[in-house]
Write a protein that binds this ligand. Structure first.
Ligand code: NAD
Length: 491
C-alpha cells in the first residue's frame, strides 16, 4: 500500500487507498519552490465523501469501545512509525510547501511525533469531574461526569504547517475515541496520505481515519462540513472560511473549534535584551516565510531603541538565505503559491502607495533559472505606517512586518490591542513585572515574554475575536473532542 502511485496522491477511505477511476476529477500538486507539478491528486466527489463518513460512522462504535490503554498504544506506535519514516515525511512536506528541509525536520515532522506522544499521555492520565452534594437531612448525592467521544469529527486544515496542524487535531480526536474524516489543504495533500499508511500500520482500525482531497466550496471541504453524518468540525484556516463553515454547520448545531487568522504584535521595551530580542523577532517575523498564524506582522518598539531594533532586524533579514529547500543552508522558502504571492505583492504595493519606507525587501528576488518559476518574495520591513493603514490591520501571511515607535507602556498596550484579531503577542523586556503585566493585558489567546512560539502542548491554544473560537491543547482538547454525561446518584 503506498500513498503515491505513478505520482498519484489518493483518497483514503475505510482503510484503503481508492484508485482514481477513469471519470474521476483530479488536480495538480505543485512545488512552490520551482513551480513544477510533482503529483496529481484525486479529488473526492460527494459520493466518496459519503463513503468516508459512513466508514467513520461504522468504525466509531468499536473504536470508542476500545480501552484507552489500547487506543493510546496505537498513538505511541504511530509516533514511532513516523520517526522510522522521518525523511519520507520530510520529503513529502518539502515537496508540497517548498519549506527548507531543516524547518520541516525540526518543526513540522518533529512536532507531529510530539503531538501523538503528548496526547497519548494526556488522555491516558485524564480523570473526570465529580462532586459530592450535601442534601437536607444529612444525605448526599454523588455527581460524576463521564466523557464520551464527540463522534465522527471533520478535520479541515490549511497548508502552512500541514502535518503539524493535522496531527494536532487527529491525535487527541482519536485518543478520545472519535473517528475522523480529514480534508487537507488542496495545496498540501502529501503528508495526510502518508499518515494514513502509518496509522493503519500502527493498528488503527479501518474507517477510523479517512482522507478526502479537494478544495473548499463545491468540493470536498463543503461536502464534508455540510454532511449530516458529521458530529463536529475542527477547523484551522482563514477567518473568512471559518465564518463560512460556521454558517454551514449552524442549522445542525454542531460543535466547532476554530483556529483562525492573526495580526500579531511584538512589543519591544527600552530595557529589552537587544540581541535576544532581535533573534526572537527574526524568527517571529520570518519563520516559514511569515506563514505561521502566530507570526509577528506588527512590531511596536520603544522610541529610545527604535533605531537599534530597526538596524539589527534589517541586518538579520538580509542575512536570511533564500534558496533550494533541499540545501541545508537555506533558511527561507517561497510563499505557498503564485496566488498567495500576488496577495502579498498587493500589500507591498499598497504600503508603497501609503508612503511606507521599505527598510529592506519590498520586491521579488531573482534566484536563478531553477527557482524562477517559484513563488518567492523578499523579506520586507516597513517604517512609516500607522495602525490606521491596511497593511497594519489586515493579515498578510508573508515575511513582512511594520515597525512602529511608541513612548509609553500604556500606548504600546493600546496599539497592540487595536485590532479585531486576537491570536498571539510577544513582549520583550528585562523587567519581570512589566513582562507579566503587559503579557496579561494582551487581548489574545497566547502571550509570550522574551520568546515566541515556545509551546507546551498541554497548555491552551487558540484565539479571541477574529482569531478563533474555543481552545485546543491538553485538557482543552479533551473538552472539545468529548461530550460529558453527568450522572447524579442519591446516596
Ligand atoms: P483557508 O481558509 O483558505 O483554507 C483552510 C482549509 O479550509 C483548506 O483545507 C481549504 O480547502 C478549506 N476550505 C476552504 N473553503 C472551504 C469551505 N467553504 N468549506 C469547507 N472547507 C473549506 O486557509 P489557508 O489559506 O489554507 O490557510 C491560511 C490561513 O490559516 C491564515 O489565515 C492563517 O492565519 C490560518 N491559520 C491559523 C492557525 C491557528 O492556529 N489559528 C494556524 C495555521 C493557519
Amino acid at each position: 500500500m503506498t500513498a503515491q502511485t505513478s505520482r498519484w496522491i489518493r483518497n483514503f477511505v475505510d482503510g484503503r487507498f481508492i484508485d482514481p477511476d477513469d471519470g474521476g476529477k483530479s488536480f495538480e500538486a505543485t512545488d512552490p519552490a520551482t513551480g513544477r507539478v510533482h503529483s496529481l491528486v484525486h479529488e473526492a466527489d460527494a459520493p466518496l465523501v459519503d463513503r468516508a463518513v459512513a466508514a467513520a460512522r461504522k468504525a466509531l462504535g468499536p473504536w470508542s469501545a476500545t480501552p484507552v490503554r489500547e487506543r493510546t498504544e496505537v498513538l505511541r506506535r504511530a509516533a514511532a512509525l513516523i520517526e522510522a519514516r522521518f525523511e519520507e515525511f520530510v520529503a513529502a512536506e518539502v515537496a508540497d510547501t517548498g519549506k527548507p528541509v531543516t524547518l520541516a525536520r525540526d518543526l513540522d515532522v518533529a512536532r507531529a511525533v510530539s503531538n501523538f506522544r503528548t496526547f497519548a499521555d494526556v488522555v491516558a492520565a485524564a480523570g473526570q469531574e465529580s462532586f459530592l452534594t450535601d442534601l437536607p437531612g444529612g444525605r448526599q448525592a454523588l455527581n460524576y461526569a463521564v466523557r464520551k467521544p464527540l463522534g465522527v469529527v471533520a478535520v479541515i486544515v490549511p497548508w502552512n504547517l500541514p502535518l503539524l496542524l493535522l496531527t494536532w487535531k487527529v491525535a487527541p480526536a482519536l485518543a478520545c475515541g472519535n473517528t475522523v474524516v480529514v480534508k487537507p489543504s488542496e495545496e498540501t495533500p502529501g503528508t495526510a496520505a502518508l499518515l494514513a499508511e502509518v496509522l493503519a500500520e500502527a493498528g488503527l482500525p479501518a474507517g477510523a481515519y479517512n482522507v478526502v482531497h479537494g478544495f473548499g466550496g463545491g468540493s470536498a471541504g463543503e461536502y464534508v462540513t455540510t454532511h449530516p453524518g458529521i458530529d463536529g468540525v475542527t477547523f484551522t484556516g482563514s477567518t473568512a472560511t471559518g465564518a463560512r463553515v460556521m454558517k454551514t454547520v449552524a442549522p445542525r448545531v454542531r460543535p466547532v473549534s476554530f483556529e483562525l487568522g492573526g495580526k500579531n504584535a511584538a512589543l519591544v521595551f527600552a530595557d529589552a535584551d537587544i540581541e535576544e530580542t532581535l533573534d526572537g523577532l527574526t524568527r517571529s517575523v520570518f519563520a516559514n516565510t511569515g506563514q505561521v498564524c502566530l507570526c509577528t506582522e506588527r512590531v511596536y518598539v520603544h522610541r529610545s531603541v527604535f533605531a537599534d531594533i530597526a538596524d539589527g532586524l534589517v541586518e538579520r533579514a538580509r542575512s536570511l538565505r533564500l534558496g533550494s529547500p533541499l540545501d541545508p543552508a537555506t533558511t527561507t522558502g517561497p510563499l505557498i503559491s503564485q496566488a498567495h504571492r500576488e496577495k502579498v505583492r498587493g500589500y507591498l504595493d499598497l504600503a508603497g502607495q501609503l508612503g511606507a519606507k521599505a527598510l529592506t525587501g519590498g520586491g521579488t528576488p531573482g534566484l536563478g533559472e531553477e527557482l524562477d518559476g517559484g513563488s518567492w518574495i523578499e523579506p520586507t520591513l516597513w517604517t512609516g505606517l500607522t495602525n490606521a493603514d491596511r497593511p497594519v490591520r489586515e493579515e498578510i501571511f508573508g515575511p513582512v512586518a511594520a515597525l512602529i515607535p511608541f513612548d509609553t507602556e500604556e500606548e504600546a498596550i493600546g496599539l497592540a490591542n487595536d485590532t479585531e484579531y486576537g491570536l498571539a503577542a510577544s513582549v520583550w523586556t528585562r523587567d519581570l513585572r512589566r513582562g507579566h503585566r503587559v503579557a496579561q493585558a494582551m487581548d489574545v489567546g497566547m502571550s509570550w515574554v522574551n520568546t515566541w512560539f515556545l509551546r507546551d502542548l498541554r497548555s491552551p491554544f487558540g484565539g479571541v475575536g477574529l482569531s478563533g473560537l474555543g481552545r485546543e491543547g491538553g485538557a482543552s482538547s479533551l473538552h472539545f473532542y468529548t461530550e460529558p454525561t453527568n450522572v447524579c446518584v442519591q446516596l
